[in-house]
Design a protein around this ligand. Structure first.
Ligand SMILES: Nc1ncnc2c1ncn2[C@@H]1O[C@H](COP(=O)(O)OP(=O)(O)OP(=O)(O)O)[C@@H](O)[C@H]1O
Length: 231
């Protein structure tokens, strides 16, 4: 479904991606693992068209999307929950969801679907986003991305800094999205969390894809984790 082929990306003159290849398939969770600064977030931003590629391409269902302007990428039904959530802090929960729906012309049915996934948001529709707890903000950011009815969902460290009950809740939604046939790409630091949900694990080292393997293979060969992450 989503194919990233040999992408190279720079911030100004500083090159940070030197060849990243990934493939996210429907009904699967692909986890990106790598040390701090390896380039995981940069790869997600590049997929969303937020950073230009100096080499390589990104394809969705065989069609190149890396030539599209950034505002067209979500319309291809690629949902993105960036690290740090980026909500409209001054707006209410309902208004944040409305912004997500408007972005791609979704309606009441989609609104109902996301509120069923996150009942806690329904209880807080009038509350200002900035006053939500960290876990609730993560729910809202995820709900907003799901308003696109995405085929592909990119999540950058969605459980960072959350308490265990919230982590469990977010994790359940991610697994549910996989079951609904979405291709999920997840950046996650915690190896145990990766191994419990991932189908495929892609290691990125110093801006390069070094190895992608099935999560089951990784469980049988945990030395790889030490090799690439030093833990
Ligand atoms: N806006 C920027 N300008 C210049 N360099 C940047 C910028 N953003 C990131 N970098 C650099 O690019 C490299 C990759 O960063 P990136 O955030 O993609 O890594 P990461 O694997 O997501 O790390 P982490 O696990 O710490 O979130 C790092 O060396 C970082 O310092």
């Amino acid at each position: 479904m989503l194919k990233i082929e040999d992408i190279h990306v720079s911030y100004g003159k500083v090159k940070v991606l030197f060849g990243v290849d990934l493939e996210a398939k429907p009904g699967e969770i692909l986890c990106l693992l790598g040390r701090n600064g390896a380039g995981k977030t940069t790869a997600m931003k590049a997929i969303m068209g937020l950073l230009p590629l100096s080499q390589g391409k990104i394809l969705l269902d065989g069609r190149e999307i890396s030539t599209l302007p950034a505002h067209e990428v979500p319309k291809q039904r690629i949902g993105y929950v960036p690290q740090g959530r980026r909500l409209f802090a001054e707006l209410s929960v309902a208004e944040n969801i409305e912004m997500g729906l408007m972005a791609c012309g979704s309606g009441a049915e989609t609104r109902e679907w996301v509120l069923e996934l996150f009942p806690r948001l329904r209880e807080r529709l009038a509350q200002q986003a900035s006053t939500l707890s960290g876990g609730e903000q993560q729910m809202l950011a995820t709900a907003r991305a799901l308003c696109l009815k995405p085929k592909v969902l990119l999540l950058d460290e969605p459980t960072e800094g959350l308490q265990p009950s919230m982590i469990e809740l977010i994790r359940n939604v991610i697994v549910q999205m996989k079951r609904e046939g979405l291709a999920v790409v997840l950046v996650e630091q915690r190896v145990d969390a990766v191994l419990s949900v991932a189908d495929q694990v892609a290691f990125i080292e110093h801006g390069r894809s070094v190895e992608t393997l099935a999560a089951d293979e990784l469980k049988e060969d945990p030395d790889k984790i030490h090799k690439y992450l030093g833990v």
